[in-house]
Design a protein around this ligand. Structure first.
Ligand code: FES
Length: 205
């Protein structure tokens, strides 16, 4: 229990330190205003990408009023959006739901459907929620099997691609929806998916 408290305190101290350093560097930076604006734009696009996934996580916690009962659902959302449960997100969830970090790790390691390790180099998440399912999930799964020899929950033999599923990623109006390396795309036909995944693997993005 003490260990949990210490780890939790380390997390909040790290956050405080990071915030202080970020403040210090923004005050003392000698760069011009235009360079700052350009740099903010570049950073902004990365942050926006990050935020998209974090927003899904936040939305799940909000749906449950940030109660501790949200833990499993929130971990599902993290895994669906990021492909696995990374340390940063586990700490973030523990902090946001006010649950001891040890409990979050306990749940994450108890259930076989959670994984704490990054999987393939790339992840493709097929939304299997009702709206997406009726718009063609079986055909999408067949295309993955035929073209990449991979089934849901598996990683290709060369370690390049992990295929995951999500129950609903909040884009039902765009069904069938996919998440490619964290980026949501709607109205995906099996042929588009195959070319996109091939390009993602080829280009490394
Ligand atoms: S069911 Fe697929 S996005 Fe909602």
């Amino acid at each position: 229990m003490n260990g949990n408290k210490i780890r939790y305190r380390e997390f909040t101290m790290e956050q405080g330190q990071a915030a202080k350093e970020s403040n210090r560097s923004s005050k003392s930076s000698p760069v011009s205003a235009s360079e700052r604006r350009r740099s903010a734009g570049r950073k902004g696009s990365k942050v926006a990408q990050k935020d998209k996934r974090r927003k899904l996580v936040d939305a799940t916690m909000r749906r449950y009023g940030h109660s501790t009962y949200a833990l499993i659902e929130t971990l599902h959302t993290v895994q669906e959006a990021y492909g696995y449960l990374d340390d940063d997100n586990l700490k973030y969830v523990a902090h946001s739901l006010r649950v001891p970090l040890s409990k979050v790790y306990g749940v994450a390691t108890f259930y076989h459907f959670f994984t704490l390790k990054p999987q393939g180099d790339h992840t493709a998440v097929v939304c299997t929620g009702t709206a997406c399912y009726i718009k063609g999930v079986p055909a999408i799964m067949k295309a993955f099997k035929k073209n990449f020899d991979v089934e849901p929950g598996e990683t290709t033999a060369d370690g390049k691609l992990s295929l995951l599923t999500a129950r609903c990623i909040g884009s039902c109006g765009l069904a069938p929806a996919m998440v490619y390396d964290g980026e949501i795309a709607g109205m995906q036909e099996p042929e588009d998916i195959v070319s996109k995944v091939r390009a993602m693997i080829r280009n490394g993005n």
